[in-house]
Write a protein that binds this ligand. Structure first.
Ligand code: NAD
Length: 508
């Protein structure tokens, strides 16, 4: 890191250690004074300290969210909520420069991604939610009917579900924190956000700006950073929480669902993926493989929806491997500060070791590497994995079935459209995917048959705050973002009153 970046990150995080938590409207430290270190994954440098929230801090945050929901007018004032969301957007945009440096330093996110999903896009999307809050039909007139002989006028009311416990991962912290917080607040819920231990500062920055630069009432948004995963379990099991909104691994999602089952709390789960990039036999192979390589190594493969299985025509397997490997080899890894870097570091030593375990497994399973296969020789400290293309395995291999969450792509041959669809669907996951063909109709036909929450046809980009995102099968339950994601945070209440037939209907 350069000296100027250091200074900017320090500025952005001044006092995070003393005041990193937001509980009931107050920026505070952990109640026992505890802190933990935040590392730069590109250098292993200690960036500083974050507040290490305790079980008691989380308990206080849930109590505050409960009180704010039950005893204030937040839930019934959409215009005020839209204003607060725009204030948060504006505050984050006016601090975009320091937030950008913080995100690159803490997450290892390549700089180019901060102009999109790592920062600017999710911040701007708070405005989309605010617009939806203002235009939303909160009450629908269902008209009159005479069920069981009682003439009645019926209305359907959409109401916020209540207190939302939001539990998030480290890979796209602003994207995921803001998608959850924005939709929940817009819907009229109150929130306790529990970010992961790896990226506390991104969440602490939202807490600080919400407290200092918005009119959000005390208790409406609470943020508890912690080194302790147990706080996530505590939040999922708390009976005062009405909806657990979780993004993370499928293994943890299962635990969240089990904990929430005790109190029949609603869950909304965004989980892992092992998505297929399908190249049909009439596609421009070089162009498609180049895009597949780029997608697989972006942010060192640390994206749930990135395509990590490359399905290519058997007759052109060697040609596809050569083209893909050539692009992957060109793409890094590099310093995330550099605007040209696509593949930065992985988040931690633990993740690097886990990925290396999968690379060993690929060899044990009989696979080979067309490029990559380990740590790069030319990088110093930091957590680095080379973009790696695994060949020689079919879809039954563990490395083709399990989520690796690194810059690792597995090339698998297919025998035509039906077989490609069958292989794509032969996965416990169903999060995303892509298909390439010279014939858009043929590509669409394949896209319709793949059981997955998002599909890119011939390079189309589905990402956006107005787009519902989520998974089939073990990739999750429910959708984040878009109108559908917003509605995850709503309950429906029907109210009926007697109607007098022949008299004008009452308006409510
Ligand atoms: P993780 O499951 O280890 O942790 C996610 C969050 O859960 C963290 O805040 C963690 O502290 C918390 N947690 C840990 N144990 C818990 C428990 N028992 N109960 C409740 N909460 C608990 O995931 P990660 O390693 O931080 O993130 C990577 C994973 O996230 C990948 O599997 C990736 O696919 C997934 N992900 C999914 C999406 C999506 O939208 N589908 C988006 C991004 C990441």
């Amino acid at each position: 890191m350069t000296g100027s970046v250091d200074a900017s990150v320090r500025m952005a995080t001044t006092d995070v250690q003393r005041t990193g938590l937001l509980v009931d409207g107050e920026l505070v430290g952990a109640s026992d004074g505890g802190t933990f270190e935040t590392l730069n994954p590109a250098t292993e440098e200690v960036l500083g300290l974050a507040a290490d929230g305790t079980a008691a801090d989380l308990d206080a945050a849930v109590a505050a969210a409960r009180r704010a929901f039950d005893t204030t007018g937040w839930a019934t004032d959409p215009a005020f909520r839209a204003r607060c969301l725009r204030q948060l957007r504006d505050a984050m945009q006016s601090h975009a420069d320091e937030l950008r440096e913080l995100t690159i330093a803490e997450v290892g996110a390549p700089r180019f991604l901060t102009a999109g999903a790592q920062l600017d896009a999710p911040v701007a999307d708070l405005g989309w939610v605010a617009d939806l809050v203002e235009s939303y039909e909160w009450q629908t007139d269902l008209g009159t009917a005479s069920p069981m002989g009682v003439p009645s006028h019926r209305w359907a009311l959409r109401e916020p579900v209540g207190v939302v416990g939001a539990i998030t991962p480290w890979n796209f912290p602003h994207q995921i924190n803001l998608a959850k917080v924005g939709a929940a607040l817009g819907a009229g819920c109150t929130v306790v956000l529990k970010p992961p231990p790896d990226t506390p500062w991104c969440a602490a920055a939202v807490a600080r700006l919400a407290a200092e630069e918005t009119d959000l009432p005390p208790g409406v948004l609470n943020v508890v950073t912690s080194s302790d995963h147990a706080l996530g379990a505590q939040l999922a099991a708390d009976p005062r929480v009405d909806l657990v909104s979780f993004t993370g691994s499928t293994a943890t999602g299962r635990k969240v669902m089990a904990a929430a089952a005790e109190t029949l709390t609603r869950v909304f789960l965004e989980l892992g993926g092992k998505s297929a990039f399908i190249v049909l036999d009439d596609a421009d192979l070089a162009a498609a493989c180049s895009l597949a390589a780029f997608t697989a190594v972006t942010h060192a493969g640390q994206g749930c929806a990135l395509t990590t299985r490359l399905l290519v025509p058997r007759a052109r397997y060697d040609e596809a491997v050569e083209a893909t490997a050539a692009t992957m080899a060109m793409l890094g890894p590099g310093d995330p500060q550099d605007p040209g870097t696509v593949c930065g570091p992985v988040i931690s030593a633990r993740q690097r070791d886990r990925i290396e375990g999968y690379l060993r497994l690929a060899v044990e399973e009989g696979g080979a590497f067309a490029t990559g296969g380990g740590r790069p020789a030319d990088r110093g400290r930091g957590f680095w994995i080379e973009p790696t293309l695994v060949t020689g395995l079919d879809n039954t291999a563990r490395v083709a079935r399990e989520e690796i969450f690194g810059p690792v792509l597995v090339a698998i041959p297919h025998d035509g459209d039906d077989d490609a669809v069958a292989v794509a669907n032969d996965s416990p996951y169903g999060l995303s995917g892509a298909v390439h063909s010279a014939d858009p109709e043929r590509a669409w036909a394949v896209a319709r048959r793949v059981r997955t929450g998002t599909m890119s046809v011939n390079g189309g980009v589905w990402y956006g705050g107005d787009v519902p995102f989520g998974g089939y099968k073990q990739s999750g339950i429910g959708r984040e973002s878009g109108r559908q994601g917003f509605e995850e945070h709503l309950e429906t209440k029907v109210v009926a009153e007697p109607a007098v037939i022949g008299e004008p209907e009452v308006r409510r």
